[in-house]
Design a protein around this ligand. Sequence first.
Ligand SMILES: [Zn+2]
Length: 259
Amino acid sequence: MEAGQGLWSKSAIDYGTVKHSMLSLISLTFDDGFRCQFDRALPVLKTHGIPATFFLIANQEPTHEGRKNEWWKIDWRDEDLAMLKKAVQEGHEIGSHSVTHDETKMPEQPEFEARESKRRIESWMGTEISSFCYPYYHSHLYLGDAVRNAGYRQARMGAQNSYYALSAPLDFNLDCRQVSKHDDVKEWIRPDHWHVLTFHGIGDEHSGWEPIPLDRFVAMATELVKYRDSKCLELVTFKEGAERFRQPPAQSSASLEKD
Ligand SMILES: [Zn+2]
């Protein structure tokens, strides 16, 4: 996105016009730190100037949930850190998705999952982590208090396909849509509302859970930017979406820079 192109970089007065013209706000989130997201989706996002949020698991296991030779994930090696820091510089957000992502352990150690994942990722990334994503969509039931106490500013659960009215107060725990390869992009758009999308695998079933084939992802991204460029919607990180409900509009300044 070029400077000044984004609707939200306009003046506060223009923002009022935009808001009342029923703009739709959409955030793309990616769970579990699957390598396929960075190998396949990230270049597509870069091509189109789409910002996204990646919820990463704060442990150094090479695969997700003990898989053998599939579902490869970020394990925080030096090359990962360099790649992730570059992604943040380009406008993407990194959030926390717990330390263990283990349904048998997390209920026993909610403070550790919330606070230690934040501490680790912040120390690896050298930047504040303000968004948390509850593993398995429903673990807010036992992690919710710990996540609030750890100092996060917003958290994502799911997946009930909620839309949030831009004119209404926002909850701390926020719902999302688990994107399916059969989704119709038009259904993601609801004027004057915020909608959060969630992706897991990008590729095939060896890439990650509920995979979206790359050609479908490319088609979705291409259609989204068509709507963005015709001023029907704006694409923002999860954090930026939540901040829109808190900040005076003139202070918002999200834009994804291309090299
Ligand atoms: Zn997960």
